[in-house]
Design a protein around this ligand. Structure first.
Ligand code: ASP
Ligand code: MG
Length: 413
């Protein structure tokens, strides 16, 4: 049995007409000889509307039991979508069955609203595939050990799709969206941006976690671990998208793959904490426990045994981060916590960064020539990120895209 997993995002299934279009595509893929598992997100902006509804009765669901009910509510968006999509497939004369996350055997840990998948008992899906059915699975959800519904975090349907593909030994996971793949920069901002035919897992993971909004970084991480190829493509046409798979020799020499910008980050500073062992450990362990990812961590030079520690987090995590950090800041006798939401993180990503020491200087020069000030910098082997004022973000992306000649095809990629 050759298995392929398709994943459709919210805008691809937003209306009954689009549902029917998706049904047509998956029936055609089945006709080409594949056993088909289809994962879908909630329709359109359903999840946002459910969150809005929850906020009207509880502004911040902090307690575990509240988060559990919040998950139960949010999971209904995908449950509606899978039943409708299965109906649209059946309407085309093809047998189909829908599964919620629980019915699909997706077991997660207990961390509501940010759960991680522990294992998948894929037997029920396999049995339905063996029986010739197209299996439609609700993305973004699972159940914890106690049988309670959990969700995987915003955009989590990609994680479901890739995890299922890995568990089923699928040939590939196709993530079908309203864009055609990864580009050298956001094509809405930079008209010269080119679609990237392929990326290594590492490059895709950096681009995804630095704000490319094309797929979830955790989905790429699972794919990398299982050496599962991902194909990102449009839901609305048959154009080749972007393959994410193992690096090939042909990719050597591609210095920079793309420029990404994340405007959804907040810079937080904890002011004047003591310069002694254990302080950073306490702060970042607490954030980690709350599953809040910090980036661009900077501890400035110690004066009189006192430091400022600053870092960025996702804007969505701000209220929870503050409630985690405030007691720590008080305990450390800090001068308080400040935060700045008007920042943006602009990054360049590419496998060639580690081997080309001139790239950092070129990046900072391009920003300087555009009159853009850099507030902080962080680097890895395959990326360089600069924190800048949000108002200058679009200009920064355009300047970097042209500085590295990303609009011109280099061939071989
Ligand atoms: N519906 C969920 C969300 O909007 C999950 C997803 O779209 O992947 O975040
Ligand atoms: Mg969505």
């Amino acid at each position: 049995m050759k298995i392929v997993v398709h994943k459709y995002g919210g805008s691809s299934v937003a209306t009954p007409a689009r549902m029917q279009q998706v049904a047509r595509r998956v029936v055609a893929a089945k006709g080409a000889g594949y056993a088909l598992v289809v994962v879908t997100s909630a329709r359109g902006d359903r999840t946002d509307r459910l969150i809005e509804l929850a906020r009207q009765v509880i502004p911040q669901p902090r307690r575990t039991e509240a988060k559990g009910e919040y998950d139960a509510l949010l999971a209904t968006g995908e449950k509606e979508a899978v039943a409708l999509l299965a109906l649209a497939i059946i309407a085309r004369g093809q047998s189909a069955v829908s599964f919620t996350g629980a019915q699909a055997g997706i077991r997660t840990d207990e961390v509501h609203t940010k759960a991680r998948i522990i294992r998948i008992k894929a037997e029920p899906i396999r049995a339905a595939l063996q029986a010739g059915q197209i299996v439609v699975v609700a993305g973004f959800q699972g159940t914890d050990g106690g049988g309670r519904t959990t969700t995987l975090g915003r955009g989590g349907s990609d994680i479901t799709a890739v995890a299922l593909a890995a568990a089923l030994g699928a040939e590939r996971c196709e993530i079908c969206k309203d864009v055609e793949g990864f580009y050298t920069a956001n094509p809405k901002l930079v008209p010269q941006a080119r679609k990237l035919p392929r990326l290594s897992y590492d490059e895709a993971m950096e681009l995804a976690s630095l704000g490319a909004e094309v797929t979830h970084p955790r989905a790429v991480e699972i794919a990398r671990r299982h050496r599962l190829p991902i194909l990102l493509r449009s839901s609305f046409n048959e154009h080749e998208g972007t393959w994410i798979k193992e690096e090939t020799a042909m990719e050597n020499g591609q210095d920079i793959r793309g420029v990404v910008c994340d405007k959804g980050e907040v810079k937080i500073a904890i002011l004047e904490v003591p310069d002694r062992p254990g302080v950073a450990a306490e702060i970042f362990s607490a954030l980690g426990e709350a599953r809040i990812r910090a980036d661009m961590i900077i501890q400035n030079l110690s004066r009189r045994g006192i430091n400022d520690i600053s870092f960025t987090i996702a804007q969505d995590d701000l209220p929870e981060a503050l409630s985690v950090l405030e007691p720590i800041a008080r305990r450390l006798d800090s001068q308080g916590i400040s935060y700045d939401e008007a920042t943006a993180k602009v990054s360049i990503v590419g496998g060639g960064i580690a081997s080309s020491p001139e790239i950092a200087g070129q990046m900072f020069t391009a920003l300087a020539e555009a009159g853009i000030n850099i507030a902080s910098i962080s680097t890895s082997e395959i990326r360089i990120s600069c924190l800048i004022a949000q108002a200058e973000a679009d200009r920064a992306v355009a300047a970097l895209h042209s500085c590295f000649g990303l609009g011109q095809s280099k061939g071989g990629g």
